[in-house]
Structures are given as C-alpha cells and as structure tokens.
Design a protein around this ligand. Structure first.
Ligand SMILES: O=P(O)(O)OC[C@H]1O[C@](O)(CO)[C@@H](O)[C@@H]1O
Length: 441
C-alpha cells in the first residue's frame, strides 16, 4: 500500500492549487494510458499486467544455473542497467555483497571507470568462482563495455574456453553490438524488451535476473508491480498515489522550489534513492526544466547536511520515503525485542534518558522530530508511506515512481523517455579516445 501525504507541504500544495491543476492532471493521465501516445516507448506501462510466464521461468532457471556454477555473480552495467537491480538486492537482501553472509552474493561493476576498484574486485574474485551478468540495452555503452571485456579476459585466463559457461548477457533481443558478440560466443542471453527504455526496465530481466540470483522471489515482486499498476490506473487524484505525487512536486516546482531530496532512514534504501534519482533526473531534466533530484540518508546526513536543510538557501523540499518501519526482525506478539538492540541501564549520564529504549524507538522519534524541525525551518515535506511485505512493496514502489515520473514529464512538457543530453559527453569522450594516445604505448 502506497499513500502520499501533502499536509507537510502547505501552503504550496493546497487543495485549491490541486483543483486548479486538475484539467492538466487529467490530460497527463489520459496521455499516459492512451496506447497510441508515445507508442513504442511505454512497454513498461503494460508490462505488469501481461503474461510473461515463459520469460520468468527462463529467468529463474538461469538464476538457478548461475547459483550452481558460481559462488558470486558480478553484474556489469550502468544507469538503468544496474541501479534497479542494486536497489532491489540492497533493499531485500541487505548484506549480500561479496563479503556478506546473507543470500547469494551479487556485486556490481561497470558503472564507473576506476582502475583501482576493478583491480581490487579482480583480486577478490581470485579466490571465488564468479559468473558475469552483463546488462546493456544498447550494447554499446563505454563503461560496462570496457569492464566486461576486462573481466571476461580475466575469466578466460582462468577457465579457458569454459569461461563462456559463466557469462550471461541481458540485452536487446534484436540489435546491438553486445547481442552480436554474445551470439558469436554462444553466451546465454535474456532479452530487454525493445519498447522499454533503460531507466524503466527494472521489472524486466535487467533487474529480475540479478534479483533472482540473489534469492529474491521475483514472482512476488511482480505481484506488487501489478498492485501498483492497478492503483496508478485510477483517474482519481486522492486514490491514485502517482497522480498526487506528480501533482504535488509539480506545484512545488512551479512555485520556485528547485531541488527535491528523497529522504530515507534505512541504509538498505540508499540504493533505491539512486535508482529514483536516475529515473527522475534523466526523464525530466531537459529543455532547461525539471527539479534536481537529490537524496538524503537520515539520520546520517542530518549531521552533515541538516544545517543547510534547516537554515540554508530555501531551494529544497523533502520527500520522505517511509518504508514499512524497521529492517530488524520484529518480535512476535507479546515477545520482547531482541535485547541486543535495547540500550542498557548502566549508561553514562548524557545517555540516561535512552536507557530501556530500542534503536527502532530512537529512529521513530527521530523521524517525528525532523519533520517538526524542518517544517519550522520552512522546508516543504511530501510523505510517501509504503507498507507491505518487502518483495511486493519493491514492485509496487517501482511502478508507482515510474508512473509518477512519466506523468510529471507530461506536466512539465518534456519527453520522459529520451536522454539526448547524455550524448554530449559520450560524443566528446569517444572523440578523445579515437584520437588520443594509447596507454602504455
Ligand atoms: O543499458 P545501456 O544501453 O548500456 O545504457 C545504460 C544507461 O546509459 C544511459 O543511456 C545514459 O547514458 C541510460 O539511459 C541508461 O540507463
């Protein structure tokens, strides 16, 4: 269940302001759900209601194969080709990184160009039995392309011809250099539907294969996505969380607020904020428009950015993503909480008022205190309450944010599906590499 509350954003998001926006909201919602609008770009919209059972069986079988052949999966991708998978694994399998002990380890690479990082990863992989999962829609992105070939070569040095049995490729089923290479080498492939763009692709094999490898029940993720789909179809501002969220942030934007900070309180949600940031940043930041999507991880960032939020230049509003309370196992009815998370009685004088409280109590109090303080500091706050079992919740949240993002793009008057601005740096980088000296030559 996802509920959006706008009480903390008064007077900017008033009932009257929402009513004035109503005809634009109806037009945006109509455009979103009209199959003739933006044809070929909205595969993500109908994806949760379609039957892809054959594909999911293949994804699950591939995940089982990876888990039986390897003891760690390295997912190579950038942007929409790794952020969603990372968000899901961090949220649902916290601690599944290479040194972690819970779930099957899934690590990520190919999302930056640090040579030191890559060499450290290779060192770590030396005493493991890795599999590579390469994810790229276009099949031609520089960062994952370079890192994939380096990791592949490393695997080939170790396993020879058999390395190919450890390499899995998720890419466009019809085109792209990576697809051709995978066919030539005989790697097992999974498709990214051509009508689903990178940042909207987390519910396809892009996110679902790494999730299944990590031991996440992807069928439950899909159940949640389907619930999100049902909620976000309604043409009722108060019953459709995506319309209300898109409307509220648009009203704040129109009244001069420039930065939206997604606030989370659980470290396992940090990667989800990065996924959210790409979704909104790439979809809406164009033609000189759009809110800058930032994120703040509380209470950590209260001790670094809290000062600015409370008293700095008034440019930022907060969207608190309140995901189903604690990440700690909850005691059964009547049972006491895990005593290891309860502050003992024999504490120093400054901590005496904390004695007997569990860390979760402190977290809850912190959320309420921050809300009050930042309101007094003049920071508008939207509140997204998300409740339910983890796997389903992540699917529901993904669909909700995707729908809100597309609607927001229409309200802004931009195309939420392209990213022409990213090409500028790509072109210059390519030109330099084509003409520049070769390292070590
Ligand atoms: O999956 P690909 O084609 O490698 O692209 C990765 C990411 O790069 C971008 O194209 C931006 O360069 C994103 O839109 C995309 O998610």
């Amino acid at each position: 269940m996802i509920r959006v509350q706008v009480d903390g954003a008064q007077p900017w998001v008033s009932g009257e302001a929402l009513r004035r926006l109503m005809s634009q909201l109806e037009a945006a919602q109509g455009r979103l759900w009209d199959p003739k609008e933006d044809e070929g770009k909205k595969g993500w919209l109908t994806w949760p209601e379609e039957d892809h059972d054959g594909l999911w069986q293949e994804v699950e079988a591939t995940a089982t194969e990876i888990r039986s052949r390897a003891d760690v999966a390295v997912v190579v991708g950038i942007g929409g080709s790794y952020l969603g998978a990372r968000a899901m694994t961090a949220m649902l399998r916290p601690g599944s990184e290479i040194s972690g002990s819970r779930g099957f380890p899934v690590v990520f690479a190919g999302y930056q160009l640090s040579e030191g990082e890559l060499l450290r990863l290779m060192d770590d992989l030396d005493d493991r039995e890795p599999a590579l999962v390469v994810v790229s829609k276009s099949g031609s992105t520089l960062e994952p392309g370079a890192v994939f070939h380096l990791l592949r070569t490393n695997l080939e040095r170790r396993y020879g011809h058999q390395a190919r049995e450890r390499i899995y490729v998720v890419t466009d089923p019809e085109r792209g250099a990576l697809r051709e290479y995978a066919v030539e080498k005989g790697y097992r492939r999974l498709p990214i539907p051509p009508d689903i763009g990178g940042r909207y692709s987390v519910l396809t094999p892009v996110g679902m294969l790494p999730a299944a490898v990590a031991g996440i029940d992807i069928r439950r993720v899909l159940t949640g996505a389907r619930r999100g789909w049902e909620e976000c179809r309604r043409l009722d501002l108060w019953a459709n969380p995506a319309i209300l969220y898109a409307a509220a942030r648009h009203l704040l934007y129109l009244q001069g607020w420039m930065v939206e900070a997604l606030v989370t309180y659980e470290p396992r949600m940090a990667d989800f904020s990065r996924w959210w940031q790409q979704l909104f940043g790439e979809s809406q930041g164009k033609d000189g428009r759009g809110l800058f999507p930032a994120f703040l991880h509380y209470t950590t960032d209260l001790h670094s950015m809290g000062q600015f939020v409370q008293q700095g230049r008034r440019l930022l509003f907060e969207t608190v993503l309140d995901v189903d309370g604690s990440s700690a196992p909850q005691p059964a009815n009547g049972e006491p909480p895990d005593p290891r998370a309860v502050i003992p009685d024999d504490v120093d004088a400054a901590s005496a008022y904390l004695a007997g409280k569990r860390l979760d109590d402190l977290q809850e109090a912190a959320m309420a205190a921050v809300m009050e303080a930042h309101r007094e500091g003049g920071v508008p706050q939207l509140w997204i309450e998300a409740k339910g079992p983890g796997e389903e919740l992540v699917g529901e949240l993904v669909f909700f944010f995707e729908a809100a993002c597309a609607l927001g793009g229409y309200l802004l008057g931009v195309d939420p599906y392209d990213q022409p601005g990213v090409e500028a740096y790509k072109r210059k980088l390519k030109a330099r590499l084509l003409s520049g000296p070769v390292a070590g030559a």
